[in-house]
Write a protein that binds this ligand. Structure first.
Ligand code: AMP
Length: 280
């Protein structure tokens, strides 16, 4: 497994692999890897001849400086996990390598970026689009793998590649959970014992909500989810939205959309967790 922080070396290596007719798959991450990330790597291994993983905590997508500082960084453990998972190339650049000068590009994904994470984390998706565009320029993958854990991000990445007409196939990968249902996240390791014990409530309530679709309308379901999560004193809901899975806009009636997703963001002390479930 090749590990490098040099973008030119990545491009050269990918060109070389592609010149022999092989396909290149790409998994962008911010590191502090867990089984959720590894499931993306495994999917990539299955679908592509050569697997590239990037590990980079992208400053431009953090609207909260403290969150950026606090974000876990464990490059050695990440490299070890990636080697075991059968990754071929790890790209671990410095900030200087990715942004030799500040990135001023502005993206507009209206209406996808105006709700939920986009509304509560101003500038977040612009930063995501900046880093993903730069990484796609360097890696030029045939396929790129993203987790449904970040449901809104996936919709935005699909729109991004459409807007700039990039020849990359976006593959969505299922959410991997802990045994108690908590969606795996690099931020989970920042939870204290009480918070960690409380956090599985999030998915438990999402599953209860799925069972209540026939009894409640979308607004009532939102209220139910909000109340049930807030019952736990360690948890404070930031938003619960019932949205059209296609355009991410809130719906008022179940037949307003073909596929409906329930998305939540929950503050657990200083740590912010997100999760989602398909309702219809
Ligand atoms: P991150 O390192 O948090 O930026 O995540 C990198 C990629 O891994 C993104 O496409 C995430 O959606 C995906 N991912 C993170 N957690 C999970 C999980 N629990 N299950 C599946 N994919 C995940």
């Amino acid at each position: 497994m090749l590990i490098t922080g040099n973008s030119k070396e990545v491009s050269r290596q990918v060109d070389f692999i592609k010149s022999s007719g092989k396909t290149v798959g790409f998994v962008p991450t911010m590191g502090a890897l867990h089984r959720g990330h590894i499931s993306l790597v495994e999917q990539c291994n299955k679908e592509c001849d050569y697997t590239v993983v990037s590990v980079f905590v992208n400053p431009t997508q953090f609207n909260d400086k403290e969150d950026y500082k606090r974000y876990p960084r464990v490059p050695e453990e990440d490299s070890k996990m990636l080697k075991e998972a059968g990754c071929d190339l790890v790209f671990m650049p410095t900030e200087q390598e990715i942004y030799p000068e500040p990135d001023t590009s502005i993206f507009d994904f209206t209406p996808l970026d105006k709700v939920m994470e986009g509304a509560f984390r101003p500038g977040h998706f612009n930063g995501v689009a900046q880093i993903v565009s730069r990484l796609f320029d360097i890696v030029k993958p045939d396929k790129a793998f993203f987790g449904l854990k970040d449901f809104q991000q996936l919709a935005i990445i699909r729109r991004l590649v459409q807007q700039v007409n990039r020849p990359v196939t976006i593959v969505d990968c299922n959410i991997i959970r802990e045994a108690d249902g908590l969606a795996m996240s690099s931020r989970n390791m920042l939870l204290n014992a009480d918070q960690r014990e409380a956090a599985p409530t999030i998915y438990r309530v999402l599953m209860q909500a799925k069972e209540l679709v026939t009894e409640l309308n979308p607004d009532q379901l939102k209220a139910y989810v909000t109340d049930q999560i807030n019952v736990n004193s360690e948890l404070k809901i930031e938003y619960a939205e019932v949205v059209d899975a296609g355009n991410l806009q809130p719906i008022k009636a179940w037949n307003d959309a073909q596929s409906v997703q329930l998305c939540v963001a929950v503050q657990v002390g200083k740590i912010r967790l997100i999760d989602n479930i398909n309702l219809i």
